[in-house]
Design a protein around this ligand. Structure first.
Ligand SMILES: Nc1nc2c(ncn2[C@@H]2O[C@H](COP(=O)(O)OP(=O)(O)OP(=O)(O)O)[C@@H](O)[C@H]2O)c(=O)[nH]1
Length: 356
């Protein structure tokens, strides 16, 4: 018996075989079908799709043989893979010095006839064979030989599809992983920004002062006004029918409109004034040095400017103005401005109402 030699490119051949990640996988219908067609055309009772591993041959599909693998030293396919360009045919193993005392010839499965078509990958390496076998000596017609070679190419195509499929799935998983990472980073960045905004007393959506920072500024402004005997006023601004924007266009568009409105408000008020987001779609402007009449004029100009502004959604606002009275607390001032705002809403919106 002649043990099969190793191909000169054995290491690269094995690398290529392992890249298919097919060894020791479950049987698959597509391989079984091709083998059944090959055996049917050749009229043989046995056959296999054999992959030649370092020390064994392993069958992705097997017909008429009970084992799923055998030793490479006694394998016929080990010989068949040595010449990628040839179908190896052994018409009678007992007449062939390579096989006449092979245990697979003398014992089970008692091979007398063998024909193996090399499974040649696109890079030229041979992974194994598509082979048919019989317990009787026989010959193959040219058509049967040609068919076996053609079917072996189909087996390689199946293996290539398997590899491409795995690569695609891997790329997809990697992409999903990257997207997840990006989302996590984005969320982290947003959290940092929110934290920073809170620390700086800024409302993250509009960039205006936050309610907390505004309350501090208002306290300061009132004590300054008390000391200097200066007027100071407050304007509470509420966007009209804002809920409809959310309902019709969605919350993200609502957010964008709030951000736009914040920027507009910052542009419209005088440099000494302090605009802030009071909460939701309600805003507030501190008007230092402004008495009731000036604050009213300022608020009316603001109301008109919003109505005429070119924003992504047309807006109007209702405004309640209150001028600070000496000795009045911030809560009392707010309450009067709020009552005026309520009156503006009730009066039909898009208007300014001034507290007594
Ligand atoms: N997109 C977005 N919507 C907000 C935010 N804060 C509050 N809102 C929405 O603002 C809407 C306020 O609705 P309402 O209080 O009924 O007031 P309105 O629709 O403006 O009606 P009027 O004030 O009576 O003219 C609600 O739908 C809130 O969900 C925010 O930060 N972003």
């Amino acid at each position: 018996m002649l043990k099969p030699a190793r191909p000169v490119t054995e290491a690269a051949r094995l690398d290529e075989l392992y890249r298919y990640e097919i060894l020791d996988t479950l049987p698959e219908q597509a391989y079984d079908d091709l083998l059944a067609v090959a055996a049917g055309i050749c009229g043989t009772p046995m056959g296999s799709v054999s992959l030649v591993d370092a020390e064994r041959e392993w069958y992705k599909a097997a017909l008429g043989v009970e084992t799923r693998e055998g030793g490479r030293d006694v394998s016929f396919c080990g010989h068949a893979i040595l010449d990628p360009s040839q179908l190896m045919v052994v018409e009678d193993a007992l007449d062939d010095p390579r096989f006449n005392d092979n245990p697979r010839v003398l014992g089970s499965p008692n091979i007398r006839f063998y024909a193996g078509a090399p499974l040649v990958s696109p890079s030229g390496h041979v992974a194994g064979t598509l082979c048919v076998m019989d317990r009787e000596p026989r010959e193959l017609s040219p058509f049967q030989r040609e068919s076996l070679v053609r079917l072996s190419r189909q087996v390689v195509t199946l293996m290539e599809l398997r590899r491409v499929n795995r690569q695609l799935r891997q790329h997809l998983e990697e992409r999903e992983w990257y997207e997840q990472q990006m989302q996590d980073y984005q969320r982290l960045l947003e959290l940092h920004n929110e934290e920073l905004s809170t620390q700086l007393g800024v409302d993250p959506l509009t960039g205006l002062s936050s309610r907390r920072a505004f309350t501090v500024a208002l306290e300061k402004a009132l004590s300054h006004a008390a000391m200097e005997q200066q007027p100071v006023s407050l304007a509470l601004i509420d966007i009209d029918h804002f809920k409809a924007i959310n309902d019709v266009h969605g919350h993200p568009v609502g957010d964008q409109v709030l951000a736009e409105f914040g920027q507009l408000l910052r542009r419209l008020v005088t440099p000494a004034s302090i605009p802030a987001r009071h909460g939701g779609e309600e805003f507030v402007v501190l008007l230092p040095g402004m008495d009731r009449a000036r604050a009213t004029r300022e608020a009316e100009a603001l109301c008109r400017a919003v109505r005429e502004a070119q924003l992504s959604q047309p807006l109007t606002v209702s405004i309640g103005v209150a001028a600070w009275r000496v000795g009045e607390s911030t809560a009392e001032l707010y309450a009067r401005a709020d009552a005026a705002l309520y009156a503006a809403k009730r009066g039909g919106r898009d208007r300014v109402m001034v507290a007594d």
